[in-house]
Design a protein around this ligand. Structure first.
Ligand code: C2E
Ligand code: CA
Ligand code: CA
Length: 370
């Protein structure tokens, strides 16, 4: 393991050591007076690393994320020192945070970060347990067709019945799960649960022709097993793929547009329809939309709630129609919103006005809702 002197202003001695991870390095600096001193050194390191280098005739430049931790351990008598283990662990926590916040960031490990990271580790363990112990539940929210208000779909929305904590909404755990393959396991659970629910509705003669929308994360869409993960539960439960709509957010689709387009096309060839969720919040251009096999555009709640956005909403509706998609307006809470969106040409409406998401057994939807 190479140890390099890395002199400069500030700390008297700065050592650069290659760490255990292939692309991770440890910088040991001492003495460091305060956080500002450490920050200044970290900033100099980022600048030095960003300097382009010639490699086989190619100009390369790298960026880095820096996690810092500070200790006065080494000023103590040898018998009272705890060793560098905690210092390294804290730096590791800080670099993890720096990486998750974007490129070229510097983070210091403090008590708040330590608490946050331990909480995350707890959450990860608890979510794995939730999968094993079947603690997730699917709620369903109606999607209706105006002006009559007949039921035109149900969106499956996950909830976590966490022991000793109660019902946890997806915004409290889905974004966290999306940072790892945990989200793939959760999506797989949802796909299986929806297939079982449709089978049981079919057996009871309920909601026979109602399509069910399922939210899929971008990470799952990008995985090699995605098509199989969607199709297998349907085949196992004998469900017609035409009953399924896969919803993917605009931002997730943009991560790998070509890959997404080809996978959605494959699903479509099996009869599954696709929807772009939260449309309007990302940066999809017309060219993107044209290249995606999309059946439904779901206009995000932030637009349907904002009267000043009406010309934009009209543009989205007209563009969607031109491309052969239908439009669902989300977040409809008032009759006034419903009337406005209907007169603008929205094909379907979804929102608290027609029903909040609820467990399958609590769905008592009359043939006409409005
Ligand atoms: P989303 O897919 O955009 O789902 C719509 C969200 O808006 C739902 O929140 C729904 O309860 C809420 N909503 C519907 N109508 C109204 C309304 O009129 N007013 C207001 N204020 N809210 C309304 P929820 O169930 O908390 O889900 C939040 C997000 O979590 C979802 O947003 C989706 O991105 C994600 N999510 C939910 N279930 C799943 C799942 O099974 N898998 C994955 N990967 N993500 C999920
Ligand atoms: Ca959705
Ligand atoms: Ca949405």
């Amino acid at each position: 393991m190479a140890t390099t002197e890395f002199g400069g202003r500030g700390p008297r001695r700065v050592l650069l050591r290659q760490a255990l991870g292939g692309d991770e390095f440890v910088v040991i600096a001492e003495p460091v007076d305060d956080v500002a001193d450490a920050n200044e050194l970290a900033e100099r390191l980022l600048v030095a690393l960003a300097e382009p280098i010639q490699c086989d005739g190619v100009l390369l430049s790298v960026s880095a994320s820096i996690g810092m931790s500070m200790s006065d351990d080494f000023t103590r008598p040898a018998s009272e020192r705890s060793g560098g283990t905690e210092l390294l662990r804290d730096a590791d926590l800080a670099v993890y945070k720096a990486k998750s916040e974007g490129r070229s960031r510097i983070e210091l490990c403090d008590d708040d970060l330590r608490a946050e990271m331990f909480e995350r580790a707890d959450l990860e363990k608890a979510l794995h347990q939730a999968l094993e112990e079947n603690e997730f539940i699917l709620y369903y929210q109606p999607i209706i067709k105006p002006p009559v208000g007949s039921l035109h779909g149900l969106e499956a929305l996950i909830r976590w019945n966490r022991p000793a904590k109660g019902m946890v909404p997806p915004d409290d755990f889905i974004p966290f799960a999306e940072r790892s393959d945990l989200i793939v396991l959760i999506d797989q659970w949802v796909l299986g649960a929806v297939a079982r629910q449709i089978r049981s509705w079919n057996a009871a003669g309920e909601y026979l022709d109602v399509p069910i929308s399922i939210n899929i994360s971008g990470r799952h869409l990008g995985s090699a097993d995605f098509i199989d993960d969607v199709m297998s539960p349907l085949l196992d439960a004998g469900i017609d793929p035409q009953r399924i709509i896969i919803e993917i957010t605009e931002s997730a689709l943009l991560e790998d547009l070509d890959g997404a387009a080809s996978k959605l096309q494959t699903l479509r060839s099996y009869g599954i329809r696709t929807a772009i969720d939260d449309f309007g919040t990302g940066y999809t251009s017309l060219a993107h939309l044209k290249s995606l096999p999309i059946d439904i555009l779901k206009i995000d709640r932030s637009f349907t709630n904002d009267e000043s956005a009406s010309s934009l909403v009209q543009l989205i509706i007209d563009t969607g129609h031109l491309l052969g998609a239908t439009i669902t307006a989300e977040g409809i809470e008032t009759h006034r919103q419903a009337d406005t969106l209907t007169s603008m040409g929205s094909d379907d409406l979804q929102g608290y006005l027609y029903g909040k998401p609820c467990p399958a057994q609590d769905l008592h939807i009359p043939a006409q809702l409005a």
